[in-house]
Design a protein around this ligand. Structure first.
Ligand code: HXC
Length: 258
């Protein structure tokens, strides 16, 4: 599929997907989200891809859902069409890890898209926010739910009720992002994290993603049991034998995803 709103490059087992609507600060419209879902599903099915990096421009990861596209929509239209729901569900079904590399604005749906990824690396210019309240609406893709789990109720209420932006340093302190790097180094840092992940056994990588995400869905005892059983099940893989043998033999493991 030829894309118009995103750019996809595959390099050293990493698919880099760049949101590319510069005139609208990468605002998310139906075309962009459907192209993004297509590219993610493609990456999921491509054996050469072992990790995904999702990024935007220096100025904006994404400044939110496309306000101009939404402005005239009625309740019945957005409710019946489940505006952006199927795309969000499809993004969450991707089993390979997705790193969000965020520079500039990640607002509204942009912040929510970054939170749908597995972790966020931010440049020191990043600004996160849920400013939907200023438009007479509220977050609709996780800003009231995921953000609250990530940064706690008080800060989430602050962000969602005032619509203020949070800079990268505050976002790191609050636990929204995993690391902050100088803007110039953002992509190198994200690609090198992705390459590190790409060297692991895909079986354990996907198991980790599933288990960590599970912790947001189930009570602790259930999550711990899930984790323990998945840990046990990894002993059925050749990669477990290889990984532990390599440690004992003081050499690099050669994983084969088996
Ligand atoms: C449509 C957008 C846009 C958006 C920016 N643009 N954000 N278009 N939807 N979300 C467009 C502007 O209209 C402008 O187009 C161009 O991008 C550049 O933006 P400026 O505003 O001129 O840039 P600047 O002055 O630097 O301000 C940057 C900004 C501001 C602070 C990020 O653009 C802004 O506040 N954007 C809206 C942020 C927001 O409210 N996001 C939440 C959306 S609701 P022109 O044609 O004039 O040059 C949402 C709901 C999610 O996300 C849930 C869905 C289910």
């Amino acid at each position: 599929m030829a894309y118009e709103t995103i750019i996809v490059e595959v390099e050293d087992h990493v698919a880099k997907i760049t949101l590319n609507r510069p005139d609208a600060l990468n605002a998310l419209n139906s075309q962009l989200l459907s192209e993004l879902v297509d590219a993610l599903q493609d990456a999921q099915g491509n054996d050469k891809v072992r990790c995904i990096v999702l990024t935007g421009s220096d100025k904006a990861f994404a400044a939110g859902a496309d306000i101009k596209m939404m402005a005239e929509k009625s309740f019945v239209e957005v409710f019946s069409g489940d505006l952006f729901g199927p795309e969000a569900d499809a993004i969450m079904r991707v089993r390979k890890p997705i790193i969000a590399a965020v520079s500039g604005y990640a607002l509204g749906g942009g912040c929510e898209l970054a939170m749908m990824c597995d972790f966020i690396i931010a440049s020191d210019t990043a600004k996160f926010g849920q400013p939907e309240i200023n438009l007479g609406v509220m977050a609709g893709l996780g800003g009231s739910q995921r953000l609250t789990r990530f940064i706690g109720k008080s800060k989430s209420m602050d962000m969602n009720l005032t619509g203020r932006f949070m800079d990268a340093e505050e976002a790191e302190r609050a636990g929204l992002v995993s690391r902050v790097v100088p803007a110039k180094k953002l992509l190198d840092e994200a690609m090198s994290a992705a390459q590190k992940i790409a060297e692991k056994s895909m079986v354990s990588v996907m198991a980790v993603k599933e288990a960590v995400n599970r912790s947001y869905e189930v009570p602790l005892a259930e999550g711990l049991l899930f984790e323990r059983r998945v840990f046990h099940s990894l002993f059925a893989t050749e990669d477990q034998k290889e990984g532990m043998a390599a440690f004992a033999e003081k050499r690099e493991a050669q994983f084969r995803d088996k």
